[in-house]
Design a protein around this ligand. Structure first.
Ligand SMILES: Cc1cc2nc3c(=O)[nH]c(=O)nc-3n(C[C@H](O)[C@H](O)[C@H](O)COP(=O)(O)OP(=O)(O)OC[C@H]3O[C@@H](n4cnc5c(N)ncnc54)[C@H](O)[C@@H]3O)c2cc1C
Length: 396
């Protein structure tokens, strides 16, 4: 293999590039990214950057050692088409890059609320530019911020905006935010944290219309209520960035589909938020977590170099979210669990570990302000842990 192209100049792509070099690839390594920036870290975008406590420069992912990787950067350019037969990636400037190895790491893009495109003051949050634009609007001390969607991004934006002393309303169509993922009681506890912090939480109700002049002025909800606002943040999930693969013959189904080793086709691998792959324990999944993008980037690179000797990728998915003074950590896949049980601390004190059971196995552990136990559960989940053993009272 002499020419590897990585499409997506962010977390998964950078870690794939590092792993290629670490594993001895010494050919040409080109990274294509449609943002004008060198790779930066996204988690601070809803936390420190939005709060104004970090400059954008502090989020850069490249270190001095990356200079030794001899990477060819093609930034501010989109991949527009993939020709699998000819082994070329076409770019939006009309040029094409030839490859014999390809890493697909194009991540995901935020869903937008239809009909809001014309209003100033309406934001999504995915990129550094998104974060700086939203921060500028928050700096102007708006009378009220409305956040649509109480998933992790929406909840973090609400927490950061409250931290800046702003009035926040969070609107969520589900009766309990993240209820399907975290289970009723745990999700209720996360919601209660926001209420305690003064967020006006509107549950079981959706946005009917967004109104205003040049700028957003109010949001009309499906229960007939109207909320005046000057900043609206839309956090209703993401769509994997696979548009450039249309017509390429690669399998796409809510992400580009890879096998257990992260291989999509001969000479093509995928990693990060864009990749749906076959996890030996959890089945076909796509994971939108920071730690996962790093690990899968590295694994996909190894698969690209390994040929038939490639190994399956079987991590314990791992995620954290900072909301106010609470750190939520999640190991495993809780959705669809048969039972949720608090095994440490209590929901009432908002400091706990909850385990999730499917069949007779623990499939996930969630901690609120319990980082050390969660790290241990993550290790135990990697080995597989039975429910009875995990929930048995500790011997004296
Ligand atoms: C605001 C925010 C806060 C987060 N907080 C947390 C957190 O607290 N904990 C956690 O675990 N995870 C968090 N995440 C998730 C984590 O950041 C992502 O899982 C991670 O960034 C995924 O990395 P990736 O490289 O797969 O994709 P991305 O980071 O999305 O990068 C993909 C890159 O490819 C580019 N691209 C897309 N299409 C093309 C194309 N056709 N041509 C060229 N380039 C293209 C994109 O513009 C982007 O630069 C957060 C995400 C966001 C947005």
């Amino acid at each position: 293999m002499r020419d590897v192209v990585v499409v997506g100049a962010s977390l998964a792509g950078l870690h794939a590039a590092r792993a290629l070099r670490r594993n001895g690839f010494d050919g040409t390594l080109t990274i294509v990214g449609d943002e004008p920036h060198q790779p930066y870290d996204r988690p601070p975008m809803s936390k420190q950057v939005l709060a104004g406590t970090w400059d954008a420069g502090r989020t850069g992912l490249l270190t001095e050692r990356d200079a030794d990787l001899d990477l060819r950067w093609t930034l501010g350019r989109s991949a527009t088409r993939l020709d699998v037969g000819a082994r070329t990636v076409a770019l939006d400037d009309g040029t094409a890059l030839a490859y014999d190895g390809l890493v697909i790491a194009t991540g995901a893009a935020p869903r937008r609320l239809p009909g809001t495109e014309s209003f100033a003051g309406v934001h999504v949050l995915r990129t550094l530019d998104d974060a700086l634009a939203l921060r500028a609007d928050l700096d102007a001390a708006p009378a009220r911020v409305v956040v649509v969607g109480a998933g992790f991004i929406g909840a973090e934006v609400a927490a950061t905006a409250r931290g800046r002393g702003l009035a926040v309303t969070m609107v969520e169509p589900l009766p309990v935010p993240l209820g399907r993922v975290l289970g009723g009681e745990v999700a209720e506890t996360v919601a209660a944290v926001h209420r305690d912090q003064g967020v006006d939480l509107r549950l079981g109700v959706a946005v009917d219309a967004v109104e205003g002049g040049d700028r957003v002025e109010r949001v009309r909800l499906t229960d007939g209520s109207v909320i005046a606002c000057d900043v609206l943040v839309v956090g209703i999930g993401v769509v994997p960035s696979t548009g450039w693969l249309e017509g390429s013959t690669l399998p796409v189904a809510d992400g580009v589909v890879a096998d257990a080793t992260c291989r999509v086709a001969p000479g093509i691998v995928a990693a990060g938020d864009v990749a749906r792959w076959s996890h030996p324990v959890h089945g076909d999944i796509r994971v939108e977590h920071w730690d996962h993008a790093i690990a899968q980037g590295g694994h996909a690179a190894e698969t690209l170099l390994a040929g038939d000797g490639a190994r399956p990728f079987a991590p314990v998915p791992w995620f954290w979210s900072d909301q106010y003074d609470r750190k939520i950590m999640l190991a495993g896949r809780p959705a669809g669990a048969d039972e949720v049980r608090v095994v440490d601390g209590s929901l009432a004190e908002r400091r706990f570990v909850a385990l999730y059971r499917r069949g007779d196995q623990v499939v996930a552990a969630l901690g609120m302000n319990r980082p050390a136990p969660l790290a241990r559960w993550r290790l135990r989940l990697a080995d597989g842990v039975g429910w009875d053993e995990a929930t048995a009272p500790a011997e004296a």
